[in-house]
Ligand binder design. Sequence first.
Ligand SMILES: Cc1cc2nc3c(=O)[nH]c(=O)nc-3n(C[C@H](O)[C@H](O)[C@H](O)COP(=O)(O)O)c2cc1C
Length: 176
Amino acid sequence: MKVLAFAASNSRKSINKDLIRYTSTLLPDSDVDIIDISDYEMPIYNSDLEDAHGIPEAASRFLDKIAESDALVISYAEHNGNYTAAYKNLFDWASRKNREVYQGKPIIMLSTSPGASGARSVLSLAVESAHFFAGKVMASLSVPDFFKNFDRDEGVLTNPEMVAQLEDALSPLQQA
Ligand SMILES: Cc1cc2nc3c(=O)[nH]c(=O)nc-3n(C[C@H](O)[C@H](O)[C@H](O)COP(=O)(O)O)c2cc1C
């Protein structure tokens, strides 16, 4: 199975990127392609820009990556209860090319933040809206208190209960 995995964050020191890298180690039987949304940077969406220049090729490259995959694993960073501006912008441009951004793929949705909420607000937003964009959410998990539950030097989730919950969330991909 080809799994496309990414953090919905453009931060170089992103904790959601850490979570994505760790999660990929739990999918040994899959071919996991981890992308960085910073490689799909575009100007802030503006319909005037679209009218004048069309949709940037980065939006098509992102959609092609999704099209080539059998499933997605996404970890959402939360900014003020919402998507990061970087992901929202990528998503908006991509949706102008194909409103069905997730293209019917099964998705495991994750999130983490340094706080106790574990970016639960953005995760709910992503889960609840996925069907508008042809996303099939198979499971979701928010990891709270990232710095208490994750060893960044080792790149591993250290809380056994969280590891079990993550393995459980990934089980639909293992069974597929
Ligand atoms: C502008 C801004 C807004 C934020 N808002 C939230 C928030 O609403 N909820 C939350 O849990 N963390 C919030 N945070 C903290 C982020 O969870 C934290 O920066 C985290 O590292 C972001 O994920 P990333 O490292 O994967 O980019 C915010 C951070 C910034 C810079």
